[in-house]
Design a protein around this ligand. Structure first.
Ligand code: OGA
Ligand code: MN
Length: 259
């Protein structure tokens, strides 16, 4: 994970319980407030298991104006999971259960490579900056509306714009569609810089596009990447994936075996 930030494992037929247990064994505590938990109507019955799908409890494809569908469309913006929380997400593990016969891919951008490629004067400018992240903000840019009660729960979180990944010590641009403003900067000026950085980081040389097969497990480091879902005919084809995300808190000690 420290070297590649995204790993793809084919032919891993996880059940929900196995996926939850695997994530905990690999990286410790699970995140239970990553996104759809906000709507509070998960059909899966486990708060740490995110339903990345376009179907309802009966397995029927969601109607185009269904609120759950519109909320899920937010995943088509470049983002990093749970950056609007503190702690945010560390590793996300996405398991493909049902995939359409047409492309319904996910793209990933390497934010370490994007940082490394910045000119020195931009790197200097970014030093010490902090960013407010809010899912209310990112969803609102798409016209999705939250009730006042929901907004109360969605105050957002502040994180450094440039993060250093422990162990690899690589620096990474920590931006996303959730990034709403740069602290202490005029809002428009901050948003323009954030847009520029996202545009820079999502150039083709930094992007991997994953074409899903049933049984794929993809693990990514949210500190070091952004990702987005690509559009497909979601009124026609069911697509069902399950995601578990770990909490970005102090990493569990690596236990040496046999000693
Ligand atoms: C996610 C996500 C994108 C997709 O699971 O966190 O953003 O392609 N998924 O479903
Ligand atoms: Mn996501």
């Amino acid at each position: 994970m420290d070297e590649y930030a995204i790993l793809v494992f084919r032919d891993q037929p996880f059940s929900d319980e196995e996926q939850l247990a695997f994530a905990q064994r690999l990286d410790g505590q699970l995140h239970s407030r990553t996104g759809s938990a906000v709507l509070g109507n998960s059909r899966l019955g486990h708060e740490a298991l995110s339903d990345i799908s376009n179907v309802d409890e009966q397995g029927e494809i969601l109607k185009s104006a269904d609120r759950r569908r519109m909320y899920g469309l937010g995943n088509r913006l470049w983002h990093t999971d749970a950056s609007f929380q503190d702690p945010p997400g560390r590793y996300s593990m996405l398991s493909a259960r049902i995939v359409p016969p047409v492309g319904a891919d996910t793209e990933f951008a390497d934010m370490r490579a994007a940082y490394d490629a910045l000119p020195p004067e931009i790197k200097a400018q970014l030093e010490g900056l902090r960013v407010h992240h809010s899912i209310a903000y990112s969803r609102q840019t798409l016209g999705f509306e939250f009730s006042e009660e929901e907004q109360e729960k969605l105050k957002g979180a502040v994180h450094p714009l440039v993060r250093t990944i422990p162990r690899s010590h690589r620096r990474s641009l920590y931006v996303a569609s959730h990034a709403s403003r740069i602290i202490d900067w005029p809002v428009p000026e901050g948003r323009l810089l954030l847009r520029d950085l996202i545009e820079h980081a999502t150039q083709p040389e930094f992007v991997y596009r994953h074409a899903w097969r049933v049984g794929d497990l993809v693990i990514w480091d949210n500190r070091a990447t952004m990702h987005r879902a690509r559009p497909f005919d979601d009124a026609k084809y069911p697509r069902e994936l399950r995601r578990v995300t770990t909490l970005d808190i102090a990493e569990p000690a690596i236990v040496a075996s046999g000693s």
